[in-house]
Design a protein. Structure first.
Length: 116
């Protein structure tokens, strides 16, 4: 019976000892799953943030393009207005049709000697 008590004392002493660190890490499996989940969530959130930042940068480039197109449209409008004034000036300088004498009416009709 004495040996049984000694064995029991050894077992109890082994139970009372703290576990080595590598075993403690193995026993924290649920924490490592949680850490992995948090890491995955963090990567997903960073990816979403990168997507939003890229969309905002694209919007900024579109806004700059819009402003450039607005300036080009203004320039084009000025060119068209200039052409309009040139055409209006030309129209105002042209005589009305009733004041233009048709030169064909004054031509004398001569006989066609080659085809008679």
């Amino acid at each position: 019976m004495g040996s049984n008590i000694r064995r029991l004392d050894c077992c109890l002493a082994a139970i009372d000892q703290s576990q080595p660190e590598y075993i403690a890490r193995l026993l924290r499996a649920s924490n490592s799953h949680l850490e992995q989940h948090i890491s995955n969530m963090s990567r997903s959130a960073n990816l979403a943030l990168d997507c939003v930042n890229a969309a905002m940068a694209t919007n900024q480039r579109l806004r700059q393009d819009w402003e450039v197109f607005g300036r080009r449209l203004e320039s084009q409008n000025e060119c068209v207005a200039s052409r309009k004034s040139v055409i209006e000036g030309f129209i105002s300088d042209v005589l009305p049709p009733r004041d233009v004498i048709d030169p064909l009416e004054r031509l004398e009709n001569i006989n066609d000697v080659d085809h008679e």
